[in-house]
Design a protein around this ligand. Structure first.
Ligand SMILES: Cc1ncc(COP(=O)(O)O)c(C=O)c1O
Length: 461
């Protein structure tokens, strides 16, 4: 007899063991790092843009699970769709039929990029990128893909080959023979294209690392150059897509940009079910799937599963019905303008940039002497410590979750759920102001913590 499985009882029984279990059986550095910076919270419940700990304290989520929680947590429409699809007891993943849900989601998704015709569904952002890389190489018959310095496209081997950071790449050679160009460097793009072996350029319209947008006009000019050399433009919209930047896709901020392949993932399933999607032209798909023999030449066992597809349809319905793309634009403008007003007030806040609800806060060297010596002490130990000094009190004292936007960067990235409004903007700006006031006073707990970070950085060398 199968022993009765009771998830609620299991969770109640093993309550509070998460950090120890991770330390023993998963990535041991995660609990270590979280304990070190005092992020070792136990969250019990979540809804919308908030989660709560066991004491009932609320935390504002300005990270959205690295962008997957575009609608916030537990949106009732997505939950209902998932309950409904489970209750429907569909004959899912038979693999030798054509169920309607993938077709319906593809049909709907393609309405946001009408120049594209077909979709391949996978299970993550990196798989969506792998698909685009393979399709571009096969469709053009060329081996090399260009990518931008500091790019992030995922961490499986193909995606890693177009990753612009040595901290991710080092030690994983050999990678694919891909080549980096500077973000916005059209001359470098043309130089590489002239070699005749380039399949595509892959680009994030706004880079997740550091929140750097492509320079105005770059995507259109790059597209023209690529097409003149019979190469393809791949837009990686894994983070910027589905309304994050105030348009459905990030590339849509520029007129006339029509990427040949578009990678989507993260928010597409509302954060519940892993999903990836690679959208492309009919011509590309017909080259890859050119005969019946090649029907399974690119496929994924879990791809297009009913739960992911149902969640995806629900998410797109919510984005439309609740006008969340417009909300991301409006609320993003409000948050950006309130934060930009602080640049003159705080000498270590150098720039506020981004679009919609993808915002970067860049810190830099102060001009006054007293603060400069403190800043120099941090930088000498390790770059990125000041941003860490801000992120930690934002969580510990103000219960707001944010992240430093990449290794050794003095940039904080804000990617909250697209449902936030004035209340969340007020709470974030008030908290950020309090933290910056203390940081600019040159003393207080925040600088005690700074000195602890310096000691740790030196000890870790
Ligand atoms: C632009 C971009 N592409 C690809 C990925 C990889 O997505 P995943 O973590 O789902 O593999 C990410 C993840 O952060 C991303 O930001």
């Amino acid at each position: 007899m199968t022993k009765k499985f009771d998830l609620a009882a299991l969770l109640a029984d093993r309550r509070g063991e998460g950090y120890d279990l991770h330390g023993r059986h998963l990535n041991p550095q995660l609990p270590r790092m979280l304990r070190t910076i005092g992020f070792d919270k136990v969250y019990e419940r979540a809804e919308g843009a908030y989660f709560w700990d066991a004491d009932g304290q609320d935390y504002l989520d300005m990270l959205a699970g690295f962008g997957v929680m575009g609608l916030g947590r537990h949106h009732p429409v997505v939950r209902k769709a998932l309950h409904d699809v489970l209750d429907a007891e569909l004959a899912d993943l038979t693999r030798f039929d054509c169920p309607p849900l993938p077709g319906l989601l593809a049909e709907k998704l393609l309405t946001y990029s009408p120049h594209l015709d077909r979709v391949f569904f996978s299970n993550s952002g990196t798989e969506a990128v792998e698909t685009a890389l393979k399709f571009a190489r096969y469709a053009t018959g060329r081996p090399r893909v260009l990518y931008c310095a500091h790019a992030f496209h995922g961490l499986t081997a193909g995606s890693l080959s177009v990753n612009g950071e040595s901290c991710f790449r080092d030690g994983f050679d050999p990678l694919l023979p891909d080549t980096a160009i500077g973000l916005g460097d059209l001359a470098a793009l043309e130089r590489e294209l002239k070699r005749g072996d380039v399949a595509a350029l892959i680009v994030e319209p706004i880079q997740g690392k550091g929140v750097h947008a492509c320079p105005p006009g770059f995507l259109r000019a790059a597209q023209d150059l690529l097409h003149r050399h019979k190469a393809l433009l791949i837009a990686d919209e894994v983070q910027t897509g589905l309304g994050r930047t105030g348009t459905f896709y990030g590339y849509q901020h520029e007129d006339g940009v029509e990427p040949d392949l578009v990678c989507v993932a993260k928010a597409l399933s509302g954060g519940y079910v892993p999903v990836g999607a690679t959208l492309g032209t009919d011509a590309i798909f017909k080259k890859v799937y050119s005969s019946m023999d090649r029907v399974l030449v690119h496929s994924a066992s879990f791809g297009a599963n009913a739960q992911a597809m149902a969640a995806g349809l629900a998410v797109l319905a919510v984005l439309d019905d609740e006008e969340l793309v417009a909300n991301a634009r409006r609320t993003g403008e409000l948050l950006t303008s309130r934060l930009t007003a602080l640049v003159d007030r705080y000498e270590m806040l150098h720039e506020v940039r981004g679009r919609g609800l993808m915002i970067g806060l860049e810190f830099g060297r102060p001009s006054s002497l007293g603060l400069r010596s403190r800043w120099t002490m941090l930088q000498a130990a390790r770059k990125g410590l000041f941003a860490q000094m801000v992120v930690v009190p934002l969580l510990q004292r103000h219960r707001i979750l944010t992240q430093v936007s990449g290794d050794r960067l003095e940039v904080i990235k804000l990617i909250p759920p697209l449902i936030i409004g004035e209340r969340e903007v007020d709470r974030f700006v008030d908290a950020f102001t309090a933290v910056m006031d203390e940081a600019h006073s040159g003393g207080g707990l925040i600088w005690d913590f700074g000195r602890t970070l310096v000691k740790q950085a030196v000890a870790n060398r």
